[in-house]
Design a protein around this ligand. Structure first.
Ligand SMILES: [Zn+2]
Length: 265
């Protein structure tokens, strides 16, 4: 306290420095030059600012194609779950689908979602009826596989109609590569979402939710597993829309046919 008092009083009694007339004029001149410079910069930026304002707002649906995304299960139907029951397909299917939705919208595609919350319970009929009514270009159903042996883990995709095959293969090839999983090839599945949809449709079984490896991925903080899967599904869809048919790899089929399951597995 004493020190402060001394400091202030010392400042008060310090003599004001004298400024010579030349110094004052020089300072004024410097200020004028700076002012002119700032005005010049602002003026040079003006046309750009106007050009920017004239650009139309982001075109929301730049692409002609639209995608109906169907996060599997939901509501009273949890689907498969991890062996400890803490993580369900219902939850991760929606997480992956929402990121695919955001990715595709960012890329200019129109996206329809059969469900956007985990509280919705949908039948297969609800799902394909909605996608058909929206006249979506394609339908992609997002699921995860399960098996009693927790060492089993691979990527697969399901189709029903002939016109589904290329879409299922493009998504599967992208997911298997990105997630470093064995590619089980596409299998025919007599399922309402695939068979009753009026557009090419595919059901992605990204990985096994019952796998020990995937469980460790899903429960590790900061894991990018689901984001990687979503980005891979997105890439598969974009490949389907953009890659010329002549440049597609041959479609490998799994001879196994999966029987109809109207519970929506
Ligand atoms: Zn499922």
């Amino acid at each position: 306290m004493q020190y402060n008092t001394y400091y202030h009083s010392a400042r008060r009694i310090a003599p004001a420095p004298k400024k010579s007339p030349t110094k004052v004029w020089r300072r004024a001149l410097v200020l004028v030059v700076i002012g002119i410079g700032v005005l010049a910069v602002l003026d040079s930026r003006a046309p750009h600012a106007q050009a920017r304002a004239a650009v139309a707002p982001v075109v929301q649906y730049a692409k002609a194609q639209s995608v109906c995304l169907d996060p599997g299960h939901g509501g009273s139907d949890p689907g498969a779950s991890t062996n400890d029951g803490t993580i369900t397909e219902r939850d991760i299917n929606l997480i992956v689908a929402k990121r695919v939705q955001a990715n595709l919208q960012k890329d200019g595609y129109r996206v329809y979602m059969t469900r956007t919350t985990n509280g919705q319970t949908l039948s297969n009929h609800d799902r394909y009826t909605y996608c058909n009514a929206m006249h979506a270009t394609i339908l992609v159903s997002i699921h995860h596989n399960y098996f009693q042996d927790s060492s089993v883990d691979y990527a697969s995709a399901l189709f029903y109609k002939d016109q589904d095959q290329a879409l299922a293969a493009d998504i599967l090839n992208s997911v298997a590569t990105r997630l470093h999983l064995q590619n089980d090839n596409i299998s025919q599945f007599d399922d309402g979402v695939l068979s009753e949809s009026t557009m090419p449709a595919a059901l992605s079984e990204g990985f096994f939710i019952t796998s020990d490896y995937e469980y460790s991925q899903l429960t590790t903080a900061g894991s990018t597993r689901l984001n990687d899967e979503a980005d891979a599904i997105t890439q598969g869809i974009i490949t389907y829309f953009t890659q010329p048919i002549t440049k597609r790899p041959a479609i490998n089929m799994n001879p196994q046919q999966i029987e109809r399951d109207d519970s929506g597995a």
